[in-house]
Design a protein around this ligand. Structure first.
Ligand code: GUN
Length: 294
């Protein structure tokens, strides 16, 4: 039997329609949600992500500001821009696209963003709040995965979940969100021994390892929900060379899994949707603060 498709395009369209409605409401209160995006260097993948984030804002009726710097920019220039955006009440979200060039201390840049405007959820305080189950901005990709599981009626509470990948952007916050939702979580990574022995136990398998078609059908528990966070090109010499593919071999996985996200059209659209949602939430929090002061 073929797995149910967890359709990120459809869910994203639903959520964004609701967001656009909420944006028009908050505009009536005199606030236009605004996201500032900083891009350093000319990484082509980052340029595409940033373009899509800016376009997402415009479509939802939000304002966006974009700041581009050459790869050799002095880090202080970017830190000064962040300080200026922190102090600007018309800006509700600040995002620095990662990765940054080697002269940057990535952690210092992320810590420079005001916690209240950290719509990526990468600031240490937001990470700490998430780990304690407190209200925080959740990192957008894992937050989008939780929404896909919820919309797909996948039971998380009590499930055995396996996350492949331990990055700060996806793997670690994913594990925390699944834990908060009641799953028993195992985090696997490049050093994990006998990876398949873990993946074959997973009721929920989240793959964020950055290797094209790495997880195959024989590594999946029959009926599992498989979430593919990967976004790769099919390597040279393979059929459909150069086409987009995930970290999961969809062709073999779909016959074993109970539910699966496609690539493209699964997790990808949800990441930007959750970024827009965090930016709106930041604007709403600011409106509450302003109205509380009035
Ligand atoms: N690079 C890859 N994913 C992300 C993301 O979600 N946010 C930022 N800022 N950079 C990224």
């Amino acid at each position: 039997m073929s797995a149910r498709i967890l359709d990120g395009n459809a869910l994203s369209a639903d959520v964004r329609a609701r967001l656009a409605e909420q944006v028009s409401q908050i505009k009536l209160r005199g606030i236009t949600p605004c996201l500032a995006v900083i891009l350093v260097g000319d990484n082509p993948a980052s340029a595409v992500y940033v373009r899509n984030k800016v376009a997402g804002c415009e479509k939802a009726g939000m304002r966006s500001l974009r700041f581009d710097y050459p790869a050799d920019v002095a880090p202080q220039v970017v830190l000064d821009k962040i300080a200026e955006l922190n102090a600007d009440d018309s800006v509700h979200g600040i995002l620095v696209q990662l990765p940054l060039p080697p002269q940057f201390d990535e952690k210092a840049v992320l810590e420079a963003i005001s916690v209240d405007k950290d719509v990526d959820g990468f600031h240490a305080e937001n990470v700490g709040r998430l780990s304690q189950g407190q209200r925080a901005f959740f990192p957008c990709t894992p937050h989008g995965v939780m929404k896909l599981l919820e919309a797909g009626h996948v039971d998380v509470s009590g499930a055995d979940a396996v996350v492949i990948g331990r990055s700060n952007i996806v793997g670690k916050p994913m594990a925390m969100l699944l834990t908060q939702a009641g799953a028993t979580v195992t985090v696997c990574h490049s050093r994990t021994r006998d990876l398949a022995s873990h993946t074959r136990r997973a009721d929920i398998l989240v793959v964020a390892i950055g290797r094209p078609m790495f997880v195959t059908g024989d590594m999946i528990k029959p009926g599992a929900a498989v979430i593919d966070v990967g976004m790769n090109r099919i390597p040279a010499g393979m059929p459909n060379e150069g086409k987009l593919c995930g970290d999961v071999d969809f062709a073999s996985a779909k016959d074993v899994a109970g539910a699966i996200t496609p690539v493209p059209g699964g997790v990808g659209p949800m990441t930007i949707t959750m970024l827009l949602s965090n930016t709106l939430e930041s604007a709403e929090r600011q409106a509450e603060r302003q109205e509380g002061r009035a």
